[in-house]
Design a protein around this ligand. Structure first.
Ligand code: 5AD
Ligand code: FES
Length: 367
């Protein structure tokens, strides 16, 4: 049955919601392989066999939010909080540039105070200037006002990642406190689009109570808002969170199932959205050592090597078992480059690596 759907997908034809559910529900090994091969075929055709690196700087774990799944939620008192200063962030961005990464991502817990907004504004401007605009700058700093997004855009940030987490309102309400709003999140995504960013979003898969229909709807949402980039990953319990306390650490079998679901979502997203950028989330590697390259084999084309100073890494634990917390940036560079070569792909060094979708959408070259 799914071979008919995959044949349709290979011709670039549109699939129905029911067909997406059928693909996401595959468990048979041969059918799974056919799904992954189809996604890889489309990836090759639309974005090529190049993996782009985005050096991720996790610059602070201070957070005003209290999401029930996240290890750095504000109520988790077992976290040593840290905040890098401007010079530290700048230094790591320059490291990424010198490592020929082409672009960086500045990520942190959410803060909306003027001191923070202004600090980000200054550091983005400094990075832009020091690298003569050659290092792409992505921000992943949560929900902000349109004015804040505009200020950061004006000094040179050009991409923004803000995951929707799930588009099912009931599920969203279950995994967040009452004052966290799905509608506000959607409005932020609209603000980001209006402000001229390349916009990325994504979801967690394998949340308690989440169905294949939910995930198919999530993919259709990504399509509806005409997204340029996707970053999504498997949900992994963190023992210090309300959700993690209800779920014992994953068994090997649960890890296998969670990884498989993560890979299926990447594959089906590639099949539906074709020419966008899709990240192989670090969380895939928390489930299996080769998780991220498996993500590339299933349709992802972006990897985010950690460029955070090793001393801060253990304090940015969003989920248990987060990889690379003992390593340094050079080790991750060597390790990931090797893995990518190992699957017969090349790394897009020194390139921004915008998605073809973004250029098609705007029909201009971004600054
Ligand atoms: N498991 C997987 N991903 C998580 N994130 C936060 N907590 C977890 C978890 N326990 C993801 C969220 C957030 C991103 C920065 O990290 O999707 O948007
Ligand atoms: Fe960090 Fe392999 S990617 S050590």
């Amino acid at each position: 049955m799914t071979d008919v759907i995959l044949a349709k997908a290979k011709q670039g034809r549109e699939l129905s919601r029911g067909e997406l559910v059928a693909l996401l529900s595959i468990t048979d090994a041969a059918e799974l392989q056919a799904l992954y091969d189809c996604a890889y075929f489309l990836k090759e055709q639309y974005v090529g066999k190049i993996a782009y690196f985005r050096g991720i700087i996790e610059c602070s774990n201070l957070c005003i939010k209290d999401c029930y799944y996240c290890g750095i939620r504000k109520s988790n008192t077992n976290v040593e909080r840290f905040q890098m200063d401007e010079d530290e962030i700048f230094k790591e961005a320059v490291w990424a540039y010198e490592a020929e990464y082409g672009s960086c991502v500045i990520q942190s817990g959410e803060r909306r105070d003027e001191e923070y907004i202004a600090m980000i504004e200054r550091v983005v401007g400094r990075i832009k200037e020091a690298t003569k605009g050659r290092l792409g700058i992505t921000l992943s700093l949560g929900e902000q006002t349109e004015e804040t997004y505009r200020r950061w855009r004006a000094v040179g940030a050009h991409r923004y990642l803000l995951r929707i987490e799930t588009t099912n309102p009931e599920l969203y309400a279950k995994i967040h406190p009452k004052d966290h709003s799905l509608e506000e999140r959607k409005e932020c995504l609209a603000s980001l689009r209006r402000t001229g960013y390349q916009v990325g979003t994504g979801v967690m898969m394998g949340l308690p109570g989440q169905t294949m229909e939910d995930l198919a709807n999530d993919i259709l949402f990504l399509k509806e808002i005409d997204i340029d980039m996707v970053g999504m990953g498997p949900y992994i319990p963190h023992s210090g969170t309300p959700m993690g306390k209800e779920i014992p650490p994953y068994t090997d079998e649960q890890k296998r199932v969670a990884l498989q679901l993560g890979l299926k979502m990447i594959a089906v997203t590639r099949i539906v959205l074709k020419d966008i950028n899709i990240a192989a989330a670090t969380a895939l590697q928390a489930l299996e050592y080769t998780g991220r390259e498996q993500g590339l084999r299933c349709g992802a084309n972006v990897i985010m090597p950690n460029v955070t100073e090793t001393e801060y890494r253990p304090n940015y634990t969003l989920y248990d078992n987060k990889p690379c917390t003992d390593e340094n940036s050079s080790m991750c560079r060597g390790c990931l480059s090797g893995r990518i070569e190992g699957i017969g792909e090349t790394v897009g060094f020194n390139e921004w690596g915008d998605s073809p979708h973004f250029h098609k959408r705007t029909k201009t070259v971004s600054d």
